[in-house]
Design a protein around this ligand. Structure first.
Ligand SMILES: Cc1cc2nc3c(=O)[nH]c(=O)nc-3n(C[C@H](O)[C@H](O)[C@H](O)COP(=O)(O)O)c2cc1C
Length: 365
């Protein structure tokens, strides 16, 4: 099934392989994508991935940026800079989806402000990431007021419009990994006493408002997905307190919005996600969401990936570190060629920017 085609909205994908979003802090300091990024992304398309989800892209020139040298879609100039990247990917027949990311309190580098904002004035657990240039604990964010809520939402909506105008095939709203929208979903980061805090329904409210407005702005003939996880960059073992019931509420509500897909990420996509003998996160998204599911988490082994597709827990699989090690992973699997192991130090240290030997990689076409 990995090499069966799949229709996602109006796009026909050649196979089920998607590149997972991965922040590589290789953009210009002002947030423009550049030629190095073009070469980096083009390899995945040449290497057989039918779809590529970009790294998290920031969405406004106030609080959304999470990392220095992260690319943006917050201005027309930044949007224009993506055009050569998208064209290079399209030349090899793949589609490209922009991941729209507001970092919220989990920000460790922002060219526009030193302040961070979040649903509540609670710092993320854990520490900033050294390979993205940070160190020490996260600062305590300011709790968002009504104006912040509106501005952050409009930043995401306007960026979605810019993404469409620039030629992206879709956008993925980043609702995972501890960034802004996931902060709203997270009980210990969201202590709001208004209609955006408290019950799961309330914690979902802001996420659904963002989704609805993005759909209203660019929904037609444009792929719109969302990424969801339990774990976070700064708290990888986090689980929803309500377990599978909470999953049912979250995926059920997202499935009704008109989104084209839900992309779920977990430590091991094939493992039960809510305790012994429970569903995988993908399986829960599939059953309760009822729309296309992209599964992520240690799926570079084709047998594991195939098992999720065969058991109808997912429609597509996304590959992260396996794709960094093998930008041509689908073509290697197709040809029965052994995969290279991911070498964290070589690719992501001392800093996570794209390395020369990555863009010089002899991609199997
Ligand atoms: C260097 C790096 C950067 C990442 N950046 C992002 C990101 O920008 N957005 C996101 O949703 N996930 C990000 N992730 C998480 C990956 O998309 C993926 O979920 C994770 O690597 C697990 O998948 P894997 O087991 O296939 O590697 C990143 C992961 C890595 C290794």
């Amino acid at each position: 099934m990995l090499f069966d085609s799949y229709k996602l909205d109006s796009k026909l994908l050649d196979n089920r392989y998607v590149v997972a979003p991965m922040t590589r802090i290789s953009a210009e300091a002002d947030g423009r994508a550049n030629d190095r990024m073009k070469q980096y992304y083009e390899r995945f398309a040449k290497g057989g991935f039918s779809a590529i989800i970009s790294e998290g892209i920031y969405t406004d020139t106030s609080f959304s940026q999470g990392y220095n040298n992260q690319p943006g879609l917050a201005t027309d100039i930044q949007a224009d800079a993506w055009k050569p990247v998208i064209e290079a990917v399209h030349q090899h027949g793949s589609i490209m989806i922009a991941q729209l990311m507001h970092a919220g309190g989990q920000s460790q580098g922002n060219a526009y402000t030193d302040e961070t904002i979040a649903p509540s004035a609670i710092a993320p657990k854990g520490e900033q990431l050294g390979f993205y240039g940070g160190s020490g604990p996260f600062q305590t964010p300011r709790a968002m007021d009504d104006q912040d809520l509106e501005e952050a939402k409009m930043g995401i909506v306007d960026s979605a419009r810019r993404a469409k105008e620039a030629g992206f095939d879709g956008v993925e709203i980043h609702g995972a990994n501890g960034y802004l929208l996931d902060q709203f979903l997270t009980d210990y980061l969201n202590k709001r006493e208004d209609s955006y805090g408290g019950s799961v329904e309330n914690r979902l409210r802001y996420v659904l408002e963002v989704v609805d407005e993005v759909l209203a702005e660019v929904g037609e003939d444009f792929i719109i997905g969302i990424r969801i996880s339990q774990g976070k960059v700064a708290d990888q073992s986090h689980k929803w307190a309500g377990g599978e019931e909470e999953a049912k509420e979250i995926f059920g509500a997202l499935g009704k919005t008109g989104l084209d897909y839900i992309h779920v990420t977990d430590g091991d996509a094939t493992a039960p996600s809510f305790g012994k003998e429970t569903k995988t996160l993908a399986g829960a998204a599939k059953e309760y969401g009822g729309i296309t599911v992209i599964a992520n988490g240690q799926l570079q082994n084709p047998d594991q990936a195939e098992s999720l597709l065969d058991s109808k827990q997912a429609h597509l699989v996304s590959i992260g570190t396996g794709a960094l090690a093998n930008p041509d992973l689908p073509n290697k699997v197709r040809d029965g060629v052994e995969l290279e192991a991911f070498d964290f130090e070589r690719i992501l240290l001392p800093q996570a920017e794209v390395k020369d030997d990555e863009i010089n990689y002899p991609v199997r076409s």
